[in-house]
Write a protein that binds this ligand. Structure first.
Ligand code: NDP
Length: 335
């Protein structure tokens, strides 16, 4: 994998605990070791990427770092029998963009076992319009299904509904025939038309979502996909129906959780965690196939209002951390 041809990447460096970012010209000799070289078509902006670029939290474990927790593209060279030149692939998680160089680069050197071949009917653009956020939304839906939460059982609440994970969760649930309630933060009522177009049928909000609930509140939700954590998750737990299930994947409102055992012991509620980063490869393949089938292309277009370039990333990162991004942002590496 030797070539002097240069390509562009966003590189994070750290000096005196301060993170800086710049678009740099690299050659493949600068890339870390991997058995597959990928020409990256697209990446996306996830909440974690925003934190990494903005230098918030401890997302990046090694410097210098090419951030970007996901990518899709075409195999250029492969030392692995699993892939050959020309194969289309998608990569999410496995700590790329955190511990290993990620997707904000025109070429990436990666491990073959991290890759998933594109499912039938999807191209590299669609897979990154979905990205880690959409993949995680699908894992959350599969988690509810595993708990027996079918559309006929009752309403599913999605928190952080206008964000990346939330928007795609609403769209998948809607297309599967679930009744979907969307929780949006105060001041986000302007997102209701957008969420209704994706499949939300009911909207929830109000000052009580910033306060701790009583141990048990009126039962409202058979299922819930929670991307917010903290007091929001406390209230969701207290409002769950008998034998309901919550799939929690996020902490947009905080990582704390105050609750009681009451929802568990009196209502048989289950709280299941969802992790996309270390998700086993077989489950990944199933989730990507499900996304090809259960996420309508029209919804995906509505969720991804625009594609941005490497140079747009710093401003977009500040926006997503401040909660100013609706839906998803696709990163076009050839823009
Ligand atoms: P986004 O920023 O796109 O969406 C987060 C949404 O949460 C916002 O749009 C907003 O929605 C809501 N929100 C933000 N801050 C608050 C707050 N203080 N209180 C209540 N609601 C708030 O992020 P993503 O959708 O990409 O990610 C969502 C969460 O899921 C993040 O915590 C992320 O780290 C996590 N995640 C976890 C993964 C895993 O593998 N476990 C994978 C991917 C993401 P609204 O305006 O509708 O209220």
């Amino acid at each position: 994998m030797m070539s002097k041809e240069t390509f562009k990447a966003l590189v994070l460096r750290q000096e005196d605990s301060k993170t800086s970012h710049a678009i740099e010209n690299l050659t493949v000799d600068d890339l870390p070791e991997g058995d597959v070289l990928v020409a990256v078509d697209y990446s996306s902006l996830n909440y974690k990427d925003g934190m990494a670029i903005a230098g918030v939290g401890k997302i990046v474990r090694e410097f210098p770092m090419v951030p970007g927790i996901d990518l899709s593209g075409t195999v250029l060279e492969s030392l692995s029998p699993l892939y050959k030149r020309g194969d289309k692939v998608v990569l999410t998680g496995w700590s790329v963009g955190e511990r290993y160089w990620g997707g904000y680069t025109q070429k990436a050197s990666v491990k073959s076992e991290w890759l998933v071949p594109l499912p039938e009917g999807m191209d590299t653009k669609m897979t990154m319009m979905i990205g880690t956020a959409g993949f995680t939304a699908m894992l959350c839906v599969m988690t509810l299904e595993e708990a027996g939460i079918t559309p006929d059982k009752g309403t599913v609440l999605v928190t952080g509904a206008s964000g990346g994970v939330g928007s795609i969760a609403v769209a998948i649930l809607g297309s599967l025939g679930y009744r979907v309630a969307a929780l949006t933060a105060p001041g986000q009522e302007n997102t209701h038309d957008y969420l209704r177009s994706l499949g939300a049928t009911e909207f929830v909000g109000g000052p009580q979502w910033n306060e701790l609930p009583r141990p048990l509140e009126t039962q409202r939700w058979m299922g819930a996909i929670d991307t917010v954590g903290s007091k929001v998750l406390s209230r969701v737990l207290a409002e769950m129906d008998y034998l309901g299930c919550i799939a929690n994947c996020g902490l947009a409102g905080g990582f704390d959780l105050t609750t009681t055992v009451m929802p568990f012991i009196l209502r048989g509620v289950s709280l299941r965690g969802v992790d996309s980063v270390m998700c086993p490869i077989e489950k990944r393949k199933i989730a990507w196939k499900r996304l090809a089938k259960d996420l309508p292309a029209k919804a995906l277009e509505a969720i991804n209002s625009k594609a941005i370039s490497l140079s747009d990333l710093p401003a977009a990162a500040a926006d997503i951390v401040a909660g100013r991004v609706r839906g998803r942002l696709l990163v076009d590496l050839n823009k």
